[in-house]
Write a protein that binds this ligand. Structure first.
Ligand code: XIL
Length: 400
């Protein structure tokens, strides 16, 4: 039985959301054009935003998630920047938001670049590599005793236009991928704990029969053998890094995860340097909890693979007020806790990453209309029940 986390916080203190265009975007985007007094939509009695942030950092240093983490376990987050942040109307969070950086360093002992190592960001033109922003994350992580998960190499999305729109022969396309993987992985050699080598390479179960994803131009043009090649190239460039398959909608047994299970068996039988299978875990409260997650992890581990949770967030449809209810927050906490417990219950799941830690920077409202509040902290870094659920579960695991 998982603990219910109703917490002590009145949900009315959440920052309200307003609808902007297609999706629902945090009201903070509007704050830039409103007078300061009008921008703070929180209830009377809240501390001013700066005071709340200072308090959050103080708390993080004293009793943040990483302070209670079991030995050899990594509690991570995406480091916010690039992607949807580019159009969000605030400066790059990882680069410029000092409070964000401080809390990131105090709460977590692992980080994943949210977008900064993706192809369109790091390799925007042929032969042009933009390593600066990802270097900054890796340097920051090392300075703060944090591991780094590399994300990602072979993916159909956020590819640079020169790759998708170029007129290449198959041999040229293969060489382009090889150069990319070896240059990026080689650049960070010895500094990346785990790489998501292949991301989302199977199609969605709700779009018909599951198959290798044909939107991936490398798979579509070069065939399934390119998956093994990608792992071999990454391994040559950094023999120490653990190399992973990574996807969403694979948490429960059956469906897409069965296809990964068969693929993993085949890759291992062929001597491919595959070291792990990762569950993104972008969950939504309108669907049941993935109750077979622990068994699913176990079967991958029985193949000799590590497992990891790499992008956990738990979204839900916000009430019209934009303010989550106490029940929603409790259910969300329960879900975070359940996923962490599954990871802790197996031998080789040592890396547990949430996809951002405060609602202000979450990708969810921009991608899932009417949904939000998916992370463990409100926009002002005040901790939600989900935060406490994670911390208590980690603390308990440290004692056991
Ligand atoms: C998301 C980022 O969070 C956004 O900033 C970006 O605009 C789109 O991509 N699966 C993945 C992640 O593997 O890289 C995605 O990240 C979320 C889904």
């Amino acid at each position: 039985m998982r603990t219910q986390w109703f917490g002590t916080r009145a949900p009315s203190r959440a920052v309200a959301h307003c609808a902007v265009g297609m999706g629902v975007l945090p009201v903070v985007f509007a704050a830039a054009v409103l007078p300061a007094a009008a921008a703070d939509t929180r209830s009377p009695g809240n501390p001013p935003v700066q005071a709340q942030e200072d308090q959050s950092y103080g708390q993080a240093k004293k009793n943040g998630l990483r302070t209670v983490v079991p030995d050899d376990f990594y509690i991570g987050t995406a480091a916010a920047g690039g992607g949807h942040h580019l159009n969000a109307g605030y400066p790059d969070p990882f680069t410029y938001d000092k409070t964000y950086r401080k809390i990131l360093s105090a709460e977590f002992n692992s980080v994943s670049p949210e977008n900064q190592m993706k192809w369109d960001f790091i390799h925007p033109e042929p032969g042009v590599y933009n390593f600066g922003p990802a270097d900054a994350i890796v340097d920051f992580a090392e300075a703060n005793g944090q591991a780094v998960r590399g994300h990602t190499l072979l993916w159909h999305s956020q590819l640079a236009p020169w790759v998708t729109q170029g007129d290449y022969t198959d041999a040229e396309l293969r060489q382009i991928l090889k150069d990319h993987i070896q240059t990026v992985v080689g650049h960070y050699k010895g500094r990346i704990q785990q790489w998501d080598v292949a991301n989302e390479i199977f199609s969605d179960p709700w779009n018909g029969p599951i198959a290798l994803r044909q939107e991936n131009p490398f798979i579509q043009r070069l065939g399934p053998g390119i998956i093994a090649d990608a792992f071999h190239w990454a391994h040559e460039a950094d023999p120490e890094a653990k190399l992973f398959l990574n996807d969403y909608a694979v948490e429960d047994m059956g469906g897409k995860s069965d296809y990964y299970y068969e693929l993993a068996k085949q890759l291992l039988a062929d001597g491919v340097p595959l070291h792990g299978f990762a569950f993104q875990a972008h969950l939504d409260l309108q669907y049941p909890f993935p109750s077979t997650l622990d068994d699913n992890m176990k079967r991958f581990e029985e193949l000799g693979l590590e497992t990891a949770i790499t992008e956990l967030d738990v979204r839900f449809t916000l009430p019209e007020s934009g303010v989550p209810t106490a029940e929603q927050l409790a259910e969300q906490a329960d879900t975070y806790q359940g996923v962490l417990e599954a990871c802790l219950s197996v031998e080789d799941c040592n890396s547990f990453t949430i996809w951002g830690f405060n609602d202000k920077y979450s990708w969810v409202p921009g991608f899932f209309p009417s949904q939000g509040a998916a992370t463990v902290m409100f926009e002002d870094y005040e901790r939600k029940p989900a935060y406490y659920a994670l911390r208590e579960t980690l603390a308990q695991a440290s004692q056991d």
